[in-house]
Write a protein that binds this ligand. Structure first.
Ligand code: ADP
Ligand code: MG
Length: 243
C-alpha cells in the first residue's frame, strides 16, 4: 500500500503565487479526479509534485510513502514511484521511448531486457500502432498519439502513484475507452496503483471510476466528495461552488 500525501501545499510559478494550500491523500487502488476551470492551477499542482523547473513549492509538504518529494530532483521522485502524464508531452528528438523506459528500469533495479516485451504488450492493449513506438519520444505524434504514448509509459513503468494531467484531451472515443480501461485495470488487482486524474470531462470517468472527486479553483480545493460531484458540475458548472 502506497500513499501520496499532500498537505497545505503552496506554490509559485516564477514569482506568482498559484497554489494556495492544497491538501489531499491518494492511496493505492484509489482514483481521485481533480476538476477545475482553465487557469486554476491544476497543471501547476502536477508540475510542482513532479518537480518541473519554474514551479516551486513555498510551503506545505508532499510525501510518497513518507519520502519528502519536494526535496528530490525529478528523476528521484520518479524512482520513488511517482509518474506524471503531462498535459503537453515534451518532444525529445533523438531519444526513443524504449531507451527512456530501459533507463528507468535500470535506475530502479529492474531488468531493462524486459522493456521491449512489455512495450509490445501494452501497445497492443491500448491500440497503439507499434510503428509509432519506434519514433523519437513524442516527435511527429498527433496530440492523441502523445497521450497514448504517455499511457504506454505509465503501464510499462508501473508507478505507485500516477498523476494524469488531462490525459483524455485529444483522444478520440475509441482511444479514450482503451486508455481508461487500461488505467482502471491498473487500479485493481493485487498491486494496484493510485491515480490523481486532472480532467475536464466526465467521459474519462465513465470507465475509470473515481472514488473521490475534488473541485479545484483559484489554486485550492473548494469541495471534495464522491462521483455525485461530477453530476452536479455537469448540471450547474463551477458557479455552483462560487468559482
Ligand atoms: P490549469 O492547468 O488549471 O489550466 P495552470 O496550472 O496551467 O492551470 O495555470 C495556472 C496559472 O499559472 C495560469 O494563470 C497560468 O498562466 C500560470 N502559469 C502556469 N505555468 C506557467 C508558466 N510556465 N509561466 C507563466 N505562467 C504560468
Ligand atoms: Mg492544465
Amino acid at each position: 500500500m502506497s500513499e501520496l500525501v499532500v498537505e497545505d501545499l503552496h506554490a509559485v510559478v516564477g514569482e506568482t503565487p498559484i497554489l494556495h494550500g492544497v491538501t489531499l491523500t491518494v492511496r493505492s487502488g484509489e482514483v481521485h479526479a481533480v476538476m477545475g476551470p482553465n487557469g486554476s492551477g491544476k497543471s501547476t499542482l502536477s508540475n510542482v509534485l513532479m518537480g518541473r523547473p519554474g514551479y516551486r513549492a513555498t510551503s506545505g509538504t508532499a510525501t510518497l510513502d513518507g519520502v519528502d518529494l519536494l526535496a528530490l530532483p525529478t528523476w528521484e521522485r520518479a524512482r520513488a514511484g511517482l509518474f506524471l502524464a503531462s498535459q503537453y508531452p515534451t518532444e525529445v528528438p533523438g531519444v526513443h521511448v524504449a531507451d527512456v523506459l530501459a533507463a528507468a528500469f535500470t535506475a530502479s533495479g529492474r531488468d531493462p531486457a524486459l522493456v521491449a516485451g512489455r512495450m509490445a504488450d501494452e501497445a497492443a492493449a491500448i491500440g497503439f500502432d507499434s510503428s509509432l513506438v519506434d519514433r523519437a519520444l513524442n516527435v511527429d505524434l498527433s496530440g492523441g498519439e502523445k497521450k497514448r504514448n504517455e499511457t504506454l509509459q505509465l503501464a510499462v513503468l508501473e508507478p505507485r502513484i500516477a498523476v494524469l494531467d488531462e490525459l483524455d484531451s485529444g483522444l478520440d472515443v475509441d482511444a479514450l475507452r482503451a486508455v481508461s480501461r487500461r488505467l482502471e485495470a491498473a487500479t485493481t488487482g493485487p498491486d494496484p496503483i493510485g491515480i490523481l486524474a486532472i480532467t475536464h470531462y466526465s467521459r474519462l470517468l465513465e470507465v475509470l471510476h473515481a472514488d473521490v472527486v475534488h473541485i479545484f479553483a483559484g489554486g485550492r480545493i473548494l469541495d471534495t466528495g464522491g462521483p455525485e460531484l461530477v453530476d452536479r458540475l455537469e448540471a450547474e458548472g463551477y458557479a455552483s461552488w462560487g468559482a
